[in-house]
Ligand binder design. Structure first.
Ligand SMILES: Cc1ncc(COP(=O)(O)O)c(C=O)c1O
Length: 370
């Protein structure tokens, strides 16, 4: 069996044992005589899968009962609309524009009300989390329905190392690319949401964790489509319509794998060790440099480049020959990006690190002899 070192940003590597278990249950799920793919979402067997998936997520993230968990569809992108449609009751919210998806979320919200850009790092092509002092200042004015951040900027390789102070204003966070990479203090947030396809499972499932009072205290905007109304989805147990049954089942397998392998504290430790290995190389090797400012570096997506696009292309091509896949950077940044989510193990990161060292040594030899 030839498995590559998969550094894809999402959909991304899944734990091998999750794939193997899923394969073993594919034709006949635990004596049901059918696959989960063929099972009614209204059946008792499926409801058990759903309930255990939710319960396991609640255990690993320590989600209090005061929060509702939803498994929806449409990706984080559809939640960019759902957030204002559910929460912009007074018509005004604050956004931190720290990257491409943060900007998309902000632009989407502007369709439904006043979305104020409280801080931005666009002037330096999103190479950092911007100074957050304006966030706290504006939050104190008391006129915002919520404040939105994107906690890990997948494309630019930056992440918040401290959350902004938002006082009484609910903090809404797109955690798509850092979800389940580390523990989260759920009570610091009004809403966290994530597309599953990085750390939580396959594409096609969006996890939304929302403080119950935010959906109980008032209705969504009248124009909110029924599907996007979190209160309705909560009342229907995420089954207003046919959910992504197989995707949710697979998420459940990933959650159980996280729990079995030490939970989120252990995940964080491993992820930090993987990131440190790559960042120490970037700081130590002249040929490569990191594109994110050191104080904002992500533990999930490590972005870097050489001095020339041609050399970047040669590095990426050589990587592929060594079974290292998915390291081309996003077109908005260029260069390289190694997404080192939970299922990417240290051995894969060591393989990448060894290749970086080898590439640099070869380059030095070539330069000396020419
Ligand atoms: C941080 C972040 N937010 C939002 C999105 C968009 O997610 P989706 O494709 O699930 O709509 C992505 C996709 O990679 C992302 O990384």
């Amino acid at each position: 069996m030839a498995r590559v070192h998969n550094f894809s940003a999402g959909p991304a590597a899944l734990p091998l044992e999750v794939l193997e278990q899923t394969a073993s249950e594919l034709i006949d799920y635990r004596g049901c005589g059918m696959s989960v793919l063929e099972m009614s979402h209204r059946s008792a067997a499926y409801q058990r899968i759903y309930d255990e998936t939710e319960a396991c997520l609640r255990r690993i993230l320590s989600i209090p009962d005061t929060y509702q968990v939803l498994f929806l569809q449409g990706g984080a992108t559809l939640e960019f609309a759902a957030i204002p449609l559910n929460l912009m009751r007074r018509g005004r919210a604050g956004y931190v524009v720290s990257g491409n998806f943060a900007k998309k979320a902000w632009e989407e919200a502007r369709r439904y009300g006043e979305a104020v850009a409280l801080a931005s790092s666009e002037d330096t092509n999103f190479d950092r989390i911007p100074d957050l002092s304006p966030v706290a200042e504006r939050a104190a004015c008391g006129d915002l329905d919520y404040i939105h951040i994107c906690q890990n900027n997948t494309i630019f390789g930056t992440m918040y190392h401290e959350l902004p102070s938002t006082g009484e204003v609910p903090l809404v966070a797109d955690v798509s690319s850092c979800f389940l990479s580390m523990p989260l203090d759920i009570e610091r947030y009004g809403v966290v949401y994530a597309g599953a396809q990085k750390n939580a499972g396959p594409a096609g499932v969006t996890v939304v964790i929302v403080r119950r009072d935010l959906i109980e205290d008032g209705p969504a905007l009248p124009i909110c489509p029924t599907y996007l109304d979190w209160r309705t989805q909560a009342a229907k147990g995420s089954m207003l319509n046919t959910p992504n049954t197989f995707g949710i089942y697979l998420c459940g397998k990933v959650f159980a794998w996280i729990e079995r392998t030490g939970g989120l504290a252990a995940m964080e430790q491993r992820n930090r060790a993987k990131a440190e290995l790559l960042y120490s190389l970037l700081d130590g090797i002249d040929l490569f440099f990191g594109t994110a400012q050191p104080a904002s570096r992500s533990i999930a997506n490590v972005t870097f480049r050489t001095a020339s696009p041609e050399l970047d292309a040669a590095f990426i091509a050589g990587a592929r020959e060594r079974g290292i896949e998915g390291i081309a950077g996003h077109r908005l940044v260029g260069g390289m990006r190694a997404s080192i989510y939970n299922a990417v193990d240290m051995a894969s990161v060591e393989a990448l690190a060894a290749y970086m060292t080898e590439f640099e040594e070869n380059r030095r030899t070539q330069t000396r002899s020419s």
